[in-house]
Design a protein around this ligand. Structure first.
Ligand code: HEM
Length: 408
């Protein structure tokens, strides 16, 4: 079996399940060559992917969670400043605490009416057209609006920043020279404006909380803010978008399940978690061993890169019965699409609200959905997703349980 988890082509039609299966069965901690780098351990079984997320003392998020070590293009550190995603406790704990309350179940549920209204507005904009690029017109809209609302910037700016995120997540070789660095600089420049604005006019939004926060008696500075801002825009944008688009694509391949969901929207929460498992929008997160250690009997040296593959873990036969079957009633469904342990996705409750609202809106109002062209996948070995998916559909008649169903 040819193993190549670096080439974006391996992810050009979704996760490389054959490679993953071979790795889980034959080399669950596999030494992967890295052109221009030292190489890394690819970890593919659920148990080890989970455990390595829960032990930051041995498996550090510093200096980065990407396979390649930080460069100016990655926009994840600046001098001695770092993004929270790349910190270990105790610094990570302090930074995460600044905003974690807003991301708990209660506040996430409180966003629901607003998220429902935004989802309705998004489908309103295309419902009469009968065709659209589902990714740009539907799946990508809600996450950028929700983040914009949360941080306290205009919705339209949220949309523009999200376009930058896509560039930042695309494999560098698939972009014009310098495009990534330029996108990072534009994001930082925008964040600088927000910092100055929120410093002068404190609001109740997340950006104001971060601007006025203190860690160890020190006020966060402009660079801390820029990195925090970039993380928030980055983390919640194309991940959620890719789940909604990849989720619809998966459902289109399972028409009976799609019909069942459309008729019974109360099944959406179960379906959403199953789609998170199947789609796994984040391909990997790296850790770096801080000491000589072992994973599943494999010796790991201090300094080695340990790369945890979520899509592989989410299809591990040792954890999930019949993992390649889409089962919207799967229970329990302890998928690891949001990661595990110290850095487990802070936005997971908000993401769930967004996904539920968007799926409900799409399934209850857009009927007879079909692909107008084959989808185009993102050229990335980090984020898995569809970047363009032209579809045709018809405006549906009212569906009893749909909250915002059309009169038809
Ligand atoms: C389907 C959607 C999403 C997926 C699959 C996803 C996935 C993930 C994963 C795998 C991590 C773990 C990183 C690690 O272990 O190193 C993470 C972290 C994070 N996510 Fe999400 N995410 C999603 C949506 C969101 C949303 C909507 C937000 C914000 C509104 C968000 C904010 C964050 C933040 C701030 C972190 C960093 C947490 C930390 O470092 O402690 N995510 N996410």
């Amino acid at each position: 079996m040819k193993i190549d988890l670096l080439d974006p082509a391996s992810f050009a039609h979704g996760h490389p399940h054959e490679q993953y299966r071979w790795l889980r069965d034959n080399a669950p901690v596999y030494w992967h060559e890295e052109p221009g780098g030292p190489g890394f351990w690819a970890v593919t079984r659920y148990q080890e992917v989970d455990a390595t997320g829960r032990d930051p003392k041995t498996f550090s998020s510093e200096p980065t969670i990407m396979i390649a070590d930080p460069t100016p293009e990655s926009g994840t550190s600046f001098g001695d400043h770092k993004m929270m995603l790349m910190m270990d406790p105790p610094a990570h704990t302090h930074f995460r605490k600044i905003i974690s309350r807003e991301f708990t179940q209660g506040p996430a549920q409180a966003l629901k009416p607003r998220v429902e209204a935004l989802a309705t507005q998004i489908v309103d904009a295309i419902i009469e057209r009968g065709e659209c690029d589902f990714v740009a017109a539907v799946a990508g809209e809600l996450p950028s609006y929700v983040i914009a609302d949360l941080v306290g910037i205009p919705l339209d700016d949220g949309r523009k920043l999200y376009q930058l995120t896509e560039i930042i997540h695309t494999a560098r070789e698939a972009l014009p020279e310098g495009a990534q660095l330029q996108a990072v600089m534009q994001m930082f420049q925008y964040a600088q404006g927000v910092y100055r604005d929120k410093l002068a006019h404190r609001g109740t939004d997340l950006a104001s909380q971060i601007v006025h926060a203190e860690v160890d008696g020190r006020r966060l500075d402009e660079i801390d803010f820029q990195l925090f801002f970039m993380l928030l825009i980055d983390a919640g944008g194309d991940t959620t978008r890719n789940l909604v688009a990849g989720g619809l694509y998966t459902l289109l391949q399972h028409p009976a399940v799609l019909a069942e969901l459309r008729a019974n929207p109360e099944l959406i929460p179960g379906a959403r978690d199953e789609l998170l498992r199947v789609v796994s929008p984040v391909i990997y997160m790296r850790r770096t061993a801080t000491v000589d250690t072992e994973i599943a009997g494999q010796k790991i040296r201090a300094g080695d890169k340990v790369v945890r593959y979520f899509g592989a873990a989410n299809h591990d036969e040792r954890q999930f019965a019949d993992p390649h079957r889409l089962d919207i009633r799967r229970s329990p469904n302890a998928h690891i699409a949001f990661g595990a342990g110290t850095h487990v996705c802070l936005g997971q409750h908000i993401a769930r609200v967004e996904i539920d609202c968007m799926l409900r809106e799409v399934l209850t109002r857009m009927h007879d959905i079909e692909l107008a062209e084959e989808p185009e996948w993102l050229a990335s070995n980090f984020i898995s997703g569809i970047r363009r998916m032209p579809i045709r559909f018809r405006r549906g008649p009212r569906v009893g349980a749909g909250r915002h169903a059309d009169a038809g």
